[in-house]
Design a protein around this ligand. Structure first.
Ligand code: MN
Length: 498
C-alpha cells in the first residue's frame, strides 16, 4: 500500500496586491510557518507543500491547473490570511478537480489588546477574508470542509488530518481496479448496482473474471510456494490443525498464492468471490481472503463489489492508524432487552487486522458451498469504538450509511463458533440503530473499522459528492426519516443547481 506520506497536500494562501510588498512578504513567511508546522505534525499524515501566496486570478488559475495535473497532489489546504477578492477564484475553482479544505485560522492567536493598531488589523484579516472565500465556494456549489480554530491547536490539525485521509481514499478509489471472481450471489439485491455509474462517480473500474482463469493460475503454484506459506501460518497463528487436515491447509495456501498472483498481475486492489461460483476451486477461499485483506486488499463476499471497493478505500484512509479494517456482516443478534447487541462475522472472510491477539488457524467443515473443509483464522476483536459503513445504489445516486458502534466483549468464550467474530452495540442502541439502518436501506455487508471515525467517512462522501447518512448517539427515528426524505428531493434537484 502506498504510504500516505508519499502524497502531497498543497498549502495555498490567498491574498491580493492591495496590501503592498511588505505585508505580502509577511503573509508569505506566516504561510510557510504554518505549512512547515503541519508538515511536522504527527496528526498530519501527508507531506505539506508550501506554495507562494496567490495574488491574481491568473496565479490562482495556474495553481489549480498545476494541482489537477500533479499525480502526487491529492488535495489543497486553502487559507485567506488577508482579503482575497473572490471573483479572482472563479476560474480556478471552476476547473479544480482535487478536493480542498478551507482552513479558517488566523496567524496570531490572540488580539494584542493593549498594542493592537492598524498594522495588526491590516495583516490579520482571515475573519472577513475567509467569509469572502466561503461565499464564492458556496456560490459555485463546491463541496469542501471548513475547519475553524487556531492552527497550532491539535484539534484543528486532527481535523485537517482526517480530511487528508479522506483525500487519500478519494485518490485511491478513482484509480482502483476491482476484480470479481464470478458474479453476484443469485437473486441478492443490495450487492448489485450500476457499475458504469459507479465508475463515473468514483472512478473505480469493476470487471468480472471466470473462476477458471483463476484456477489456471492457482494450478501453477509450486510446492515450494506452498511450503513457504505454511511456514508463515505456523509462525503467525496458533496452528490448531490435525495431521488429517494438512491437505486442506496446503490447498488453502495454493489458493492464496494463486489469488495473490492473479491480483498482482492485473493491478487489482479489491476483489470479490462468491460461494455459488467455485468451479474448479477445492474449497471456499477463507484464510486466503483473510490474509489478502490484512495485506491491504479490499474484499466483498457474494460478488459485493461496492463493499470490496469501500473496504480498500477505508484501508488506505486508515494507513498507519491503530485498529484495523475489515469486510463485515451483521450476522446474529442478542435481543435480551437489557443487553441488546450484534454479533458480526461472515462464513469465513473477516480480516485479521482487527484481531485481538494471535488468531487461531483452524479447519472445519462448512455446510455452504459443497467443497472440502475450508481453512480460516478465528479470533475476537478488542472492545472500543468503531463503525460500520455501507455503500448502496439508490438508482439515482449512491448513499453511504455510517453507524458508530461500541465493540464489547462477547458474553462468553464462544468455544463452538469456528469463525472470527466481533460483538458490538450500535449507537444510539440496537433498537434505534438497526431501525434507522434498515429504513436507510443499509446493506448486511459493511466496511467495519476500529481505525476510522465518522468524520473520515463524512469527508470522503463530500469529496465523492454522494449522500451521507449518519446513525450515532444523537439519532432519533423521526429526525432520521426527515433527513432521508429531504435527501430524496435534494438529490433529485441537485444536478440542476450546478
Ligand atoms: Mn455475506
Amino acid at each position: 500500500m502506498k504510504k500516505l506520506n508519499n502524497f502531497e497536500i498543497w498549502f495555498v494562501t490567498g491574498s491580493q496586491h492591495l496590501y503592498g510588498p511588505e505585508t505580502l512578504k509577511q503573509v508569505d513567511v506566516d504561510s510557510k510557518t504554518i505549512a512547515d508546522a503541519f508538515d511536522a505534525s504527527a496528526d498530519i499524515p501527508c507531506r505539506i507543500v508550501f506554495k507562494p501566496v496567490l495574488k491574481t486570478p491568473d496565479e490562482i488559475t495556474q495553481l489549480c491547473r498545476d494541482a489537477n495535473a500533479d499525480n502526487n497532489c491529492i488535495g489543497l489546504i486553502t487559507w485567506m490570511h488577508t482579503f482575497s477578492p473572490a471573483k479572482m477564484w472563479i476560474a480556478g475553482l471552476g476547473l479544480l478537480n482535487k478536493p480542498f479544505v478551507h482552513l479558517h485560522t488566523q496567524f496570531n492567536r490572540d488580539i494584542p489588546w493593549d498594542a493592537i493598531d492598524m498594522d495588526f488589523m491590516n495583516l490579520n484579516q482571515s475573519a472577513h477574508g475567509g467569509r469572502e472565500f466561503g461565499f464564492i465556494c458556496t456560490r459555485l456549489r463546491k463541496n469542501r470542509k471548513v475547519v475553524v480554530g487556531h492552527w497550532k491547536e491539535s484539534k484543528v490539525q486532527q481535523r485537517i488530518g482526517a480530511w487528508m485521509r479522506a483525500a487519500a481514499g478519494w485518490n485511491e478509489i478513482q484509480n482502483m481496479k476491482v476484480c470479481r471472481f464470478g458474479d453476484n450471489m443469485r437473486e441478492v439485491a443490495v450487492t448489485e448496482g450500476d457499475k458504469v455509474e459507479a465508475q463515473k462517480q468514483f472512478g473505480m473500474a469493476v470487471n468480472g473474471f471466470g473462476v477458471g482463469d483463476l484456477v489456471a493460475v492457482i494450478n501453477k503454484v509450486t510446492d515450494a510456494d506452498i511450503d513457504k506459506l505454511v511456514a508463515e501460518y505456523k509462525d503467525q497463528y496458533k496452528f490448531n490443525v490435525s495431521k488429517d487436515s494438512m491437505n486442506s491447509v496446503r490447498g488453502s495456501a495454493r489458493i492464496e498464492a494463486g489469488m495473490r498472483a492473479f491480483l498482482e498481475q492485473g493491478g487489482f486492489k479489491a476483489f470479490t468471490t462468491t460461494f455459488e461460483d467455485l468451479h474448479g476451486l477445492e474449497q471456499l477461499p477463507g484464510l486466503a481472503v483473510q490474509r489478502l485483506m490484512a495485506e491491504g486488499y479490499g474484499f466483498g463476499a457474494e460478488g459485493d463489489w461496492k463493499t470490496a471497493a469501500l473496504v480498500r478505500t477505508m484501508k488506505v484512509m486508515a494507513d498507519g492508524l491503530d485498529g484495523g479494517t475489515s469486510f463485515m456482516e451483521d450476522y446474529t443478534y442478542h435481543l435480551d432487552p437489557k443487553d441488546q447487541k450484534v454479533l458480526g462475522a461472515h462464513m469465513l472472510e473477516v480480516c485479521s487486522s482487527i484481531s485481538d491477539g494471535k488468531p487461531s488457524l483452524e479447519v472445519h467443515p462448512l455446510g455452504i458451498g459443497g467443497k472440502t473443509d475450508p481453512v480460516r483464522v478465528v479470533f475476537n476483536v478488542a472492545p472500543g469504538p468503531g463503525l460500520n459503513a455501507s455503500l448502496i445504489d439508490m438508482g439515482n445516486r449512491f448513499r453511504m450509511i455510517v453507524n458508530t458502534v461500541d465493540v464489547v466483549k462477547p458474553n462468553a468464550d464462544l468455544p463452538k463458533l469456528p469463525v472470527a467474530r466481533v460483538v458490538w452495540v450500535p449507537k444510539p442502541n440496537l433498537e434505534i440503530g438497526a431501525a434507522a439502518w434498515i429504513l436507510a436501506g443499509g446493506a448486511h455487508h459493511t466496511g467495519f473499522t476500529k481505525a476510522l471515525t465518522a468524520e473520515h467517512m463524512e469527508d470522503f462522501t463530500e469529496m465523492a459528492g454522494i449522500e451521507y447518512l449518519l446513525i450515532d448517539e444523537n439519532t432519533t427515528i423521526p429526525e432520521f426519516k426527515k433527513d432521508a426524505r429531504i435527501n430524496e428531493i435534494y438529490y433529485m434537484l441537485a444536478n440542476g443547481l450546478k
